[in-house]
Design a protein around this ligand. Structure first.
Ligand code: FAD
Ligand code: SF4
Length: 522
């Protein structure tokens, strides 16, 4: 049986980032990834291939709490979901680390403070080349250093919207983005600022994803081995149950299961698959699932209350790269409401092909294609609260069962209504005069659709960390309370979901845990 100092399972925001922290130690590291490399091909940037054919989507069936089949919108590749993400890389707000009172209940405090995480946020922003402007966002937490690169500029339609929001008293800001764009030197820029970023793999490898930024550089070191198409099925422990002794993997080529051992084992399969792996690894000492005498493993699943809203107008929206603007004026209690509503930003510019998958109702007089050419495509996120009944389980065959009942929905309804109110207050359209103004704003039309359960992009919370082993499965270093050499380093550890995108927090935490592991391995 082969043996390594460290085995990391999964190469996404958590696993990939941890690898980049540990690779320079010279320790022998085996990385197991169930997927393959994303093939570089023209389809990387094809809306039909990505949005309609689901070319890169996991070909796996889960079921929901009622036993109905569920086809998760998730991706199994080297780099995990960061290969497909929109690279909006936010820190949680400082207040998110404390208890926050919501209309739907209380969002619990974290066992570490914002100040504990701050240096790791800064390091993660540097690693992932985040472009942004500090302090522009009124909810920005304090930072010990600037962003590594200047904010990505707005295209004219988005700049126009930013000015309109400002005139109406809002404080829109440039979304922090992990793309390798050089607006000052376009000839030398890896990123070409295309319209196929959010949801697509980057054909020119200019998105700061964990494959490009972490895994590829680590593979240049002789101490790092990556095995792709290697799905981990179970973890086995010694007789005491205190140590993981073997990692059991199933090669995708149908070969026989293999066992490998490591001094330290890190699970980084994403919040749903990590919980499923621990539950599948139940044994005599851990009858409820590995490290789960607290019964929290798989529980408190969160994924945000998300929706995409199309603000359709008579005036076209020619923006190519749309994801540059955010509004956090309603993130906390505000003059609009006594409770937090959430975060407003954009998805990548939608086209008619993308809209045809899960098509909204047609705006009067519009085709899908025309609607897409005339829409501003907002992304709205409200916090969902950790409910123990929202959970990941595994069925008899070890397949994922995801049970979820939405909560804190009033916050999201109010956020949508508030956006609508501010959109209705836009100034006259400079390009088309008064008649356009009527079409653009007074006749603006919003088509809202809550992201369904299969939309697991922001999954988190299923193996929460904490100081009390009765209410958490991981300690503050993300080591399992009950298993000395087992860590979980992905979106699972969140005790609450906040309302900004999760990836930067997963990356920063991976660097923090990496520092702890370096000491342990020294
Ligand atoms: C379309 C899309 C857009 C997004 N946009 C943003 C954004 O703009 N900003 C943001 O912050 N977040 C965004 N996200 C979310 C972000 O990508 C995730 O939060 C992040 O990647 C989660 O990191 P992770 O390490 O928890 O899991 P993942 O990145 O999912 O990595 C898990 C890895 O484990 C592997 N794996 C799973 N099970 C096993 C197993 N049993 N054995 C071996 N390997 C296994 C998977 O193949 C995968 O590589 C987006 C997600 C999607 C899908
Ligand atoms: S070229 Fe730039 S905008 Fe296009 S996918 Fe790559 S990183 Fe994103």
């Amino acid at each position: 049986m082969s043996h390594y100092d460290v085995i990391i399972i999964g190469t996404g925001a958590g696993g990939g980032t941890l690898l980049s922290a540990l690779a320079p130690t010279g320790k022998s590291i085996l990385v197991l990834e169930r997927g393959d490399f994303v093939k570089r091909e023209l389809e990387n940037w094809s809306s039909k291939a990505v949005n309609v054919d689901g070319r890169y989507q996991a070909k796996e069936q889960w079921s929901d709490g009622d036993g109905k089949p569920l086809h998760p919108h998730t991706n199994y590749y080297v780099g995990g979901n960061t290969k497909f993400y929109g690279a909006a890389l936010f820190r949680l707000r400082r207040e998110d680390f404390g208890e926050v009172r919501h209309h739907g209940g209380v969002s619990p405090a974290w066992p570490v403070s914002y100040e504990d995480m701050e240096p790791w946020y800064l390091a993660a922003e540097r690693l992932y080349s985040v472009h942004g402007t500090r302090g522009e966002d009124p909810t920005d937490p304090p930072s010990s250093g600037p962003y590594p690169a200047a904010a990505v500029s707005h295209e004219p339609r988005i700049q126009h919207l930013a000015e309109d929001f400002q005139q109406n008293g809002l404080r829109p800001f440039h979304v922090p983005l992990g793309i390798m764009l050089r607006e000052d030197a376009p000839g030398r820029s890896k990123c070409i600022r295309c319209g196929s970023c959010d949801g697509f793999p980057c054909l020119v490898q200019a998105k700061a994803d964990s494959h490009v930024v972490c895994v590829e550089p680590a593979l240049e070191r002789p101490n790092v081995t990556l095995r792709t198409n290697a799905k981990v099925r179970r973890l086995l422990t010694d007789a005491s149950g205190r140590r993981v002794t073997r990692v059991v993997l199933e090669p995708n080529n149908g070969g026989p299961p293999e066992e490998i051992s490591g001094d330290v084992v890190v699970v980084a399969c994403g919040a749903i698959n990590s919980a499923a792996l621990l539950l599948r690894s139940a044994n005599e000492k851990h009858p409820n699932g590995l490290g789960n005498s607290s019964d929290v493993v798989g529980r408190h699943y969160m994924g945000h209350v998300n929706s995409v809203l199309l603000a359709v107008s008579k005036c076209p929206n020619p923006t190519i790269f749309q994801k540059t603007l955010g509004v956090n004026d309603f993130y906390f209690a505000s003059k609009e409401w006594d409770y937090p509503m959430g975060h407003i930003s954009f998805v990548g510019k939608l086209d008619g092909v993308a809209l045809s998958a899960g098509a909204p109702a047609l705006a009067p007089g519009f085709t899908l294609d025309l609607m897409a050419k005339h829409s501003l495509d907002f992304w709205l996120t409200s916090e969902d609260l950790p409910d123990p009944e929202n959970r990941v389980r595994v069925d008899r065959d070890g397949n994922v069962v995801l049970q979820y009942r939405p909560n804190n929905e009033e916050a999201h309804r109010r956020l949508r209504a508030t956006l609508q109110k501010y959109m209705n207050r836009q100034r006259r359209c400079a390009m088309h005069g008064d008649s356009c103004h009527v079409g653009l704003f007074a006749r603006s039309l919003y088509i809202g659709e809550r992201i369904p359960l299969a939309g697991v992009a922001h999954q988190n919370g299923t193996v929460r960390f904490g100081r009390d082993p009765k209410s958490s499965a991981l300690d503050v270093n993300c080591r399992m309370h009950e298993v000395d050499n087992l860590y979980v380093v992905d979106g699972s550890f969140f005790p609450s979901s906040a309302a900004v995108n999760p990836a930067l927090t997963i990356m920063a935490n991976a660097l923090r845990v990496g520092s702890h592991l370096k000491e342990r391995l020294a």
